[in-house]
Design a protein around this ligand. Sequence first.
Ligand SMILES: O=C(O)CCC(=O)C(=O)O
Length: 275
Amino acid sequence: VSAAIREVTAAEAAFYREHGWVKLERLVAPDDAAELLSVARGAMRRAGGTRRRESYYEATGTAGKAVLDIGFWQDYHYIARDDRAEPFVSLVFSREMGRNAQRLLGRSVPMRYSADLLACKVPLGHEGESTPTIWHQDFPGLPFDRVGSLSFWLALDEVTPEQGAMRFLSGSQREGPLGRTIVVGTDLLEVYPELLERYAVSEELCLEPGDATVHNAAVVHYAPANTTDRDRWAYIFTYFPGDTLYTGAQNHNFDDLGLQPNRPIEHPRFPQVYP
Ligand SMILES: O=C(O)CCC(=O)C(=O)O
């Protein structure tokens, strides 16, 4: 897979830094997306039957082999990190993807892997139906002393706006941290309704298999419910700047690893992907 990952362009990186998100068409070849989807379906089918309802942030502490109904989507964590399933490993831990992450960040620092998960948003009215993903920032839930972490959201199948493609408050990454609303399950716009006057909601996006969006962990974003009759298949993988210091803030993915506050996050769970 790694050879088929294309490079992020300078124009895309500039768009990302301005708006806090960017759409990357054909980041991955459609054939590779089809292969990823087939492996994803197989892993989630094999793990089936263990569905529990947990919050998104509790799910981050769960290794693979469990499909969790977290409300927003059916969640399967760490297919690359823990299951070591290909072609996921080659995609997420490739130099090419790490370099793309660094180009978007726009800083000459190493990039470290943070997490990866499958997010299948189930249509309304179907068994295990998913709710809208509430408006939130990712950053406040993370134990990082600085901004810069970013998420790739790769469409493994066609994703239409009606299936729950993501929407962003363009430019809202400049607001700074707005609270751990996602951790406690509060919609961020209930707390900050005025943001809708200050920032435009990004246009509706249609993604083909292999297209992706990337978002800054500090940009405010959400995804509507899936009102079609087809599952929405996304693979989300995230990176953070290697000079980030650990704050010690509670997060299931970072707790109990012996990480030291005010020190870099140098742990085999978070390998350096680039350079
Ligand atoms: O896939 C979704 O519905 C939202 C994903 C999201 O919020 C994220 O990747 O941070």
